[in-house]
Design a protein around this ligand. Sequence first.
Ligand SMILES: [Zn+2]
Ligand SMILES: [Zn+2]
Length: 388
Amino acid sequence: MEIRAAVLFEGSAPLRVETVTLDPPRAGEVLVRVAAAGVCHSDVRLADGDLGDGRWPTILGHEGAGVVEEVGSGVAGLAPGDPVAFCFVPPCRACPACAAGRFNLCEVAGANAWAGTMLDGTTRLHLADGRDIRHFNFVSCFAERCVMPAASAVPIPPEVPLWQAALLGCAVVTGFGAVRNAARVALGESVCVIGCGGIGQQIVAAARMAGAGRIVAVDRDAEKLALALARGATDAVDASVSDARAAVLELVPGGVDHALEAVGSPATIRLAWDVIRPGATAVVVGIAPRGAEARVPALELLSEKALRGSYYGSGNATVEIARLGRLLADGRLEVADAVSHLTDLDGIEEAFGRLRRGSGARTVAVIDAAIAGAPDRLGSGAAVAQTG
Ligand SMILES: [Zn+2]
Ligand SMILES: [Zn+2]
């Protein structure tokens, strides 16, 4: 079928909305009508060439939700009409990582994600001239339709508005998983969240739900800090006007129990290291550009500080996306307030610009207004605007 999609033709080039060809789902795959897609910093990282050359043409978008339209042979548990949120690491359940229960590190999914293909090593997307288009982590939802492995389509309760469900499969599961599975924040512990964009806002909310004591939000954007305070942060540090390290250590003398970094830059990774107490672990969630190196004073390893990464929530994303979807349906999880902008397929490039400038929280692109359930305008608030 022919679909409209935002295509990245080469690194650092603007997205172009084009008509492309999408093949039907093969065995073990599903065709999904896309309702809405979140615009994430990882999309910008790839668009800017920070994750390596030669991954284009590609269709970005790895966070979204939609409705199943067709299932390939051998697909169980999904049927046309099912609302789903997208999971960009469909675990194979057979490789050494999956066998060890580390589904987010699935080796088969990882290899094909880097190659930009489906799990069989081929692509379902093609340009009008016949050239193959690479998939982005099996999802490629900056498009009207996508074909994805069945494990990437996670059923969610029908009462969840799809424009909100769009956030479950990256920002929400990554942020909540980083707090629960990687940092393992315990009741009353102090947490510093560095970077309060799409994922940082979910880390703040997850820390609050985990019963954290002090939650110190650090960012360079006053609106994002205001939103973090509204979502449960107890303190805000504006790194554009103050020495963030000194400010955090003044708020929590001796250092915080957990620092979670959601920027992906050497300076903020170092900040996360600098603000934790002896014996604590700094968790890096942000994706750094290829080639960047994080440095820490080696002598401080004597204090048993540690630095670790957290990828895609460090857990079983398909199970956790479904559980988070249930919480959202029950009104026990709030994500709408973390959406600062609504746009459409043509407005994604503009959303990339906001991410590059570090302004605004999450942009959601409403791809199909008939099923997304999005409001005409977002509610009033300092961090809220409307574009597109
Ligand atoms: Zn993402
Ligand atoms: Zn696997």
